[in-house]
Design a protein around this ligand. Structure first.
Ligand SMILES: NC(=O)c1ccc[n+]([C@@H]2O[C@H](COP(=O)([O-])OP(=O)(O)OC[C@H]3O[C@@H](n4cnc5c(N)ncnc54)[C@H](O)[C@@H]3O)[C@@H](O)[C@H]2O)c1
Length: 354
């Protein structure tokens, strides 16, 4: 199995390298005089391993959604300029999707764009967000409202980082990977569920799943990098998931909410006659393995429906989302959030999930 995946991008091609102990030779991997933006938890856990990372070129960042902001990016720019970063120095993000988004966005605007590299340390970042070029910043309560497309110049995946991840962050990464597997009709969905406990116990075994997930994302991002058509289908599970993530006040992690979002999307597709009941049952039994414990019955339906109605992809009063007919066949769908729709959402959270 090759240790590298190459990615073509409109701005620059780059590669994803699978490496062991990347912390030990971070400076040679990332280039001389690189600057590092590192997740504060990762710094605490692994700081001593980054032997070649000089403290005067390190910025430690708290990875919160509040910090995925224009203010944080401005603060980071001021700090880097103070530290005398130059146009030819690379910025290296070390952490999960939050650290990635802030660093990549900052790199895209500083000096009109400097090189950035990424050492993803969460499963979600390794199996999904590290490729595809998107940078996203929140604006107040509006998630991912500001951003652009700005690919890294290299990504280094080291699975050793996964050993310290909380279970909910492993489930979050698995949820994101599952949505790629459903998109592609990949046998890895069943395989992941079949080996679920084993993968959580020994995270080094996730490698082939991360690879499969990235290969699926690559196949689409390379032809529709700017998300004008086919890539929209990766929103499967996300419209319903984002609303849940938001009303849970981010108690549910992104990919955990996406798992529930896929199941709800399938429930709606089934009741609208787009998915047959057997397919729903098969997928429900697979997805439920990754559905987190949560008080679904206690969900405030008005708040949930309001959050859905605010989705940035909506047209007029209609919800625009991706539904699956079956694994490997996803379609964009526009529907009224009428009484029937609202009753189905209620029924799902109060019946199917319990
Ligand atoms: N740009 C993109 O293409 C893209 C794609 C998907 C998601 N995202 C964004 O990514 C974010 C979610 O990313 P995430 O799930 O990686 O979350 P995250 O960056 O918030 O990290 C999750 C938690 O794991 C901790 N952590 C990181 N590495 C660790 C390690 N090795 N051991 C122990 N703890 C560790 C972090 O400190 C944090 O508490 C969201 O903001 C989402 O919008 C971006």
């Amino acid at each position: 199995m090759s240790d590298t995946i190459s990615i073509q991008s409109r701005m620059r091609d780059y590669a994803v390298y699978f490496r062991d102990n990347v912390a030990a030779d971070i400076e040679s991997a990332c280039g001389e005089r690189a600057f590092f933006v590192i997740d504060s938890h990762v710094w605490k856990l692994y700081g001593n391993l980054f032997s070649g990372m000089p403290e005067e070129r390190v910025v430690v960042m708290e990875p919160t959604e509040e910090n995925k902001s224009l203010d944080k990016s401005k603060e980071l720019i001021e700090c880097l300029v103070e530290k005398r970063i130059r146009k030819n120095n690379a910025l290296v993000a070390v952490g999960g999707g939050i650290t990635q988004d802030v660093t990549a966005f900052t790199a895209s605007v500083l000096y009109r764009g400097i090189e950035w590299k990424f050492v993803p340390t969460t499963l979600l970042a390794q199996g999904d967000s590290c490729i595809g070029s998107k940078t996203s910043i929140n604006l107040g309560m509006n998630k991912n409202l500001v951003g652009n497309f700005y690919p890294p110049s290299a990504v280094f995946i080291d699975l050793n980082f996964l050993s310290s991840l909380e279970l909910r962050d492993i489930q979050s990464g698995m949820g994101e990977m599952m949505h790629f597997f459903v998109y592609a009709g990949s046998p890895y969905l069943e395989k992941m569920v079949g080996h679920y406990k084993e993968l959580i116990a020994d995270r080094s075994k996730l490698r082939e799943y991360i690879r499969e997930s990235l290969l699926i994302k690559k196949s689409v991002a390379e032809v529709d990098e700017y998300d004008k058509g086919e890539r929209n289908k990766f929103n499967y599970g996300h419209t319903f998931g984002h609303a849940l993530e938001a009303i849970s006040n981010y108690e549910l992690r992104h990919g955990q909410a996406v798992t529930v979002g896929m199941d709800l999307a399938n429930y709606i597709a089934t009741n609208y006659g787009m998915m047959d009941r057997d397919t729903f049952g098969t997928l429900h039994n697979l997805l439920k393995v990754n559905i987190p414990q949560y008080d679904y019955r206690g969900i405030n339906m008005d708040a949930y429906l309001k959050a859905l109605s605010k989705d940035k992809k909506n047209l007029g009063n209609d919800l625009v989302c991706i539904l699956a007919e079956r694994p490997g066949r996803l379609v964009k769908h526009r529907m009224a959030m009428d009484d029937r729709f609202q009753a189905l959402v209620r029924e799902y959270f109060q019946g199917v999930m319990n």
